[in-house]
Design a binder for this molecule. Structure first.
Ligand code: SF4
Length: 437
């Protein structure tokens, strides 16, 4: 049997594409190899959202060149956003790469018997992307509900690499979820670059309702939402749909209206804040996370202070923060990247320091609270047996291992200790009521 090894960079979308590629390869007789050296096929699923991820990819590629000189029958395939954008350049720079396959063409991975080495056609029929994924976690599943993006934020490559928005038919999504519940899956994360603009025969909230009505579904999540499309109807769904977990990832990017405008985000800070107030009006303890980019072209100290003020005002549960990096092909590549690297680093540190304090304080408030967690599997932290997640998407470690705490079960725990990135808890025998946090 031939072995395959997949290296994945980037977002949940890529993570799920890798699961689909694995599913396809296994259907074609491949088996997963833990080590690249034991594989006949290495897939590098790339991300081009930031320069750092791109640099990492090219340095990794060099390592596999050495392997290929020792192992002549090894095939190297590059997939993901860099593949879509830089197909020709990859082959030129690394001629030992056998195939370059864009995210809209991953269905071709199972059949690479072609003379064409660059497979990056756009405008494909999205039903070809409905591929049976090989999921490693048996409790929760990522589900694509749409592909592509129409928003053209000025710093982002996604509309160029994943094409325009296309929504999957609702009945196909429902069937996929029902099938997974039969295999014991409990939690479903609906994926799309901008899920709120899902539109097939029904809209996004109607889709959520249909999933809520599937008996064996226990939890629903989604990502990512664009603030401009976060409707009142969707905000209300957090209160009305008992299976919809109380967590939203709502990328803010900057607290400055000038920068938001240059980013082409199509909302002001005040409009964003109003949506946060509304979310908290319906669900006071909803967990809210965000993305922040610092050092965008022309960002002044004043703009930076507005971002710090926004963090202070909103009190996010967590943030993903990044230094701006110029991405070729985007609109912002035409702006002068004029915030120097030291300033970017300092601003990033200030943002992270402030948010760390906020996250610590917010997590401390959870101490001695009773929370519902879904047990996801074994702990990756020493001295703990199990790992689970709260409805607010916080990682929880615990020790008790009995029938009630089997993988996939939803149990109540008491939070004993809190850390910045995780909580430690004790299982409590209290199956009647679950606390929705
Ligand atoms: S919404 Fe903006 S940041 Fe998100 S994928 Fe679309 S263009 Fe990129």
């Amino acid at each position: 049997m031939k072995g395959y090894h997949i290296i994945t960079f980037g977002c949940q979308m890529n993570a799920h594409d890798s699961e689909k590629i694995a599913g396809l390869l296994e259907l074609n007789g491949y088996v997963e190899s833990i080590e690249p050296k034991d594989s006949e096929l290495i897939i590098i699923n790339t991300c081009s959202i930031r320069k750092k991820a791109e640099d990492k990819f090219f340095s990794q590629l060099g390592r596999y060149k050495k392997l290929k000189t020792k192992k002549k029958d090894l095939k190297i395939v590059v997939t993901g956003c860099i593949a879509q954008q830089e197909g020709e350049r990859i082959i030129k720079r690394a001629p030992y790469v056998d195939f370059v396959i864009g995210p809209q063409n991953i269905h071709l991975v199972g059949n690479l018997d072609t003379n064409q080495r660059i497979l990056t056609s756009e405008n494909i029929d999205i039903s070809t992307l409905s591929i049976d994924a090989k999921r490693n976690i048996q409790t929760k599943a990522l589900i694509n509900i749409m592909y592509g993006c129409n928003n053209f934020c000025s710093y982002c490559v996604v509309p160029y690499t994943r094409g325009r928005e296309k929504s999957r038919a609702s009945n196909e999504i429902i069937e996929e979820i029902k099938g997974l519940t039969l295999n014991g899956y409990k939690e479903f994360t609906l994926l799309g670059q901008n899920v709120n603009s899902y539109k097939s025969d029904i809209n996004f909230v109607e889709l959520l309702k249909k999933i809520e009505d599937i008996e064996d579904v226990e939890r629903i999540r989604f990502m990512t939402s664009h603030p401009k499309d976060l409707s009142d109807e969707l905000i209300k769904a957090f209160k009305d749909f008992s299976k919809l977990c109380e967590h939203i990832h709502l990328p803010l990017q900057s607290g400055s209206n000038k920068i938001l405008f240059l980013m082409n985000r199509k909302y002001t800070y005040e409009e964003y804040l109003k949506k946060i107030y509304k979310l908290r009006e319906y669900v006071p303890d909803i967990s809210i996370t965000t993305d922040i980019i610092t050092g965008f072209p022309s960002e002044t100290e004043e703009d930076h202070l507005l971002t710090l003020k926004a963090l202070q005002e909103i009190q996010f549960d967590g943030i993903f923060s990044f230094k701006y990096s110029l991405r070729p092909g985007t609109k912002s590549a035409f702006y002068e990247d004029n915030v120097d690297i030291n300033t970017k680093n300092r601003r990033l540190n200030e943002i992270n320091q402030l948010q760390d304090e906020i996250t610590d304080k917010k997590n401390e408030l959870l101490k001695n609270n009773k929370l519902e967690i879904l047990i996801e599997g074994p702990s990756d932290k020493p001295n703990f047996k199990l790992m689970g997640r709260t409805r607010g998407n916080k990682i929880v470690y615990l020790n008790s291992h009995n029938n009630s705490t089997s993988y996939g079960n939803i149990v109540n725990v008491i939070i004993k200790h809190t850390h910045r990135h995780s909580l430690e808890a004790e299982y409590i025998e209290d199956s009647n009521s679950h606390t929705r946090l």
